[in-house]
Design a protein around this ligand. Structure first.
Ligand SMILES: NC(=O)c1ccc[n+]([C@@H]2O[C@H](COP(=O)([O-])OP(=O)(O)OC[C@H]3O[C@@H](n4cnc5c(N)ncnc54)[C@H](OP(=O)(O)O)[C@@H]3O)[C@@H](O)[C@H]2O)c1
Length: 309
């Protein structure tokens, strides 16, 4: 019995080390080291070839190596009875908050603009905006989104969130459901997408919804590339309605070299680094779920496969 890691991550050593440190009794192997597939009950996975687990007849649980699980739920070959768990990690949530803070402050204080002027040797003052001047709207008020909202709120930002359900009472404005989406967007100057990718949220940032944002708004996508309809975003940016976008995630990753996002003057790309899972910090919850799997106990951080997140 062992945890098998199935992933496109090149260096798995830090993961293996962290898992063994979290529980020295656990055997951790990579997919190439599996001798008997029928002995495997628990896998740790990220971006693996779909159908891979069809050859693992006794597999009970797959843990995602990150917060997102769309890479698992999109696997049509994954049998219904296999349970999916994900990572919930305060460090990961805070890394995303810090990334959003960097992006927002860059936008308010125009650092990229002045950097471009420096290259052109242009000395020209331009008025900046203050924290109190903008309305931040976060789509997805789950573990990460609600952490971000409460940190931004405490720092004096004017924030609102949009989720699927009303959820618990929060000190900032909370919109929910498709009926309140337009109102949410119309009151958002900087839109941050932190939704999971599901059939309902696929393509949610399209011509119609982006048009609902006020003129000169800014879009930050840290959810999944599938949330954005690429051509629509480009069209709205080119029309002058939106000022720009920070994109951290893409429909295809790495972003193909000929994709128009690379050279678009209003698009700022990062290579899916809003947060990177820290093996040391997440290993204990993975080994805990491994133990629970082999002892047939309820798992933690379970994903609702029907709901899609
Ligand atoms: N770029 C990166 O480095 C990075 C890193 C980690 C995660 N992510 C992305 O962030 C996503 C969110 O992570 P999380 O841990 O915060 O997820 P989570 O705790 O599952 O929260 C998901 C949130 O999305 C809302 N939601 C789901 N479907 C919706 C819909 N149809 N309409 C409106 N709201 C909807 C949920 O609403 P309810 O609260 O009403 O259920 C919930 O608030 C991940 O799935 C992943 O794609 C990106």
């Amino acid at each position: 019995m062992a945890i098998v890691i199935v992933s496109d991550i090149k260096n798995l050593e830090p993961w293996i080390k962290a898992l063994k440190k979290a529980d020295p009794a656990v055997d951790v192997i990579t997919q190439n080291e599996v001798k008997d597939k029928s002995a495997i009950e628990f896998a740790l996975a990220w971006n693996y070839p779909h159908g891979f687990f069809s050859e693992y007849p006794r597999l009970k649980t797959i843990s995602s190596m990150g917060a997102g699980v769309d890479h698992l739920l999109n696997d049509k070959f994954l049998q219904e009875h296999i349970k999916i768990v994900r990572i919930i990690d305060p460090l990961l949530s805070n890394d995303i908050y810090e990334f959003s803070l960097a992006v927002i402050m860059n936008r308010l204080r125009l650092l990229t603009h002045f950097q471009e002027n420096q290259r052109l040797r242009i000395w020209k003052k331009r008025m900046y905006r203050r924290i109190s001047d903008v309305r931040i709207g976060v789509m997805g008020t789950g573990v990460i989104g609600s952490h971000m909202l409460s940190k931004l709120y405490k720092s004096g930002f004017n924030v609102s969130g949009w989720g699927r359900t009303r959820g618990k009472e929060v000190p900032y404005k909370k919109y929910y459901g498709t009926g309140q989406m337009e109102n949410f967007l119309r009151n958002t100057d900087i839109l941050i997408c932190l939704l999971p990718l599901t059939p309902e949220t696929n393509g949610i940032l399209n011509k119609d919804t982006l048009q609902m944002l006020p003129g000169k708004a800014w879009v930050v996508n840290m959810g999944r590339g599938g949330h954005v309809v690429d051509e629509d975003l480009i069209e709205i940016l080119d029309s002058g309605h939106l000022d720009g976008a920070n994109l951290d995630v893409f429909r295809e990753e790495p972003l193909p070299p000929d994709h128009p996002f690379w050279s678009h003057p209003k698009i700022y790309l990062t290579p899916h680094i809003a947060s990177l899972p820290n093996p040391e910090s997440v290993a204990p919850q993975i080994t805990e779920n491994y133990r629970r799997t082999i002892e047939n106990r309820p798992l933690i951080n379970m994903v609702d496969r029907k709901r899609g997140y």
